[in-house]
Ligand binder design. Structure first.
Ligand SMILES: N[C@@H](CCC(=O)N[C@@H](CS)C(=O)NCC(=O)O)C(=O)O
Length: 220
């Protein structure tokens, strides 16, 4: 008997689900994964009925009900503190860049949606998306310079909550292929090679055709 459930959407498309799932798996919570395929046109009635904010990811664990991907990361970090850096100053930085991801980059998310099964290059390069990409590259470079010397991830050797929050951005960059610095590409490759990210991709690519959503498969 598991300790609860984690509800997610299509692995191919659901960037917010990916963040929650990575946090839950990093914390090794023993929860049953419930994948609810998106209904389109949305919203998906069974997600709306189940989750307090009508969205995934949604975690129930030993009586706790947790929604919003950043809250899921924080809850998981209570169970497995290594999700955030131990150093206070690094931890403040990790929380800030994760909150910035959670709250923003709307232009990038709209122009380059997550579809882990498609190569959409060279599209999606709207001025707003390019502005967001420049900011993300600055965040990655600044974080890695200050805190990342010990390994390939944002805070060094450990893939943590901040990496989980940016992992779907990596998925977008690998699929839409905007121009990136060599350092950003190295970071993208390190994230893509992480075993949990690989496992998520495997799940995404194994989803049946019946789960494809035309809107996310077609360029606008
Ligand atoms: N701010 C939320 C965003 C979650 C969100 O927008 N989830 C989308 C999927 S990526 C969703 O549940 N959509 C419902 C639907 O498409 O039916 C979070 O961080 O968890």
């Amino acid at each position: 008997m598991s300790d609860g459930t984690l509800c997610i959407g299509n692995k191919r498309y659901s960037s917010w689900s990916m963040r929650g799932w990575l946090a839950v798996r990093l914390a090794k919570l023993d929860v049953e994964e419930i994948l609810i395929p998106f209904a389109r046109p949305g919203p998906t009635p069974s997600i709306a009925a189940l989750s307090p904010n009508g969205l995934v990811p949604y975690l129930e664990h030993n009586g706790a009900k947790v929604w919003e991907s950043l809250s899921v990361c924080d809850y998981c970090a209570e169970c497995e503190p290594s999700l955030w850096p131990t150093d206070r100053i690094a931890r403040a930085h990790a929380r800030s860049i994760s909150a910035e991801m959670h709250a923003g980059f709307r232009d990038l998310r709209m122009a380059m949606w997550m579809n882990l099964g498609r190569d959409f290059s060279p599209h999606g390069r709207t001025p707003g998306a390019l502005e967001n990409i420049a900011r993300i590259e600055a965040i990655w470079a600044g974080t890695r310079t200050r805190f990342g010397a010990g390994g390939p991830f944002l805070f060094g050797a450990t893939f943590g909550a901040a990496d989980a929050m940016y992992a779907p951005v990596v998925g977008r960059f690998l699929g839409w292929k905007p121009e990136l610095t060599a350092a950003s590409l190295d970071y993208c490759n390190a994230v893509r090679a992480h075993p949990l990210v690989s496992e998520w991709y495997e799940g995404a690519l194994a989803e049946p055709d019946s789960m494809l959503v035309e809107d996310y498969e077609t360029l606008k």
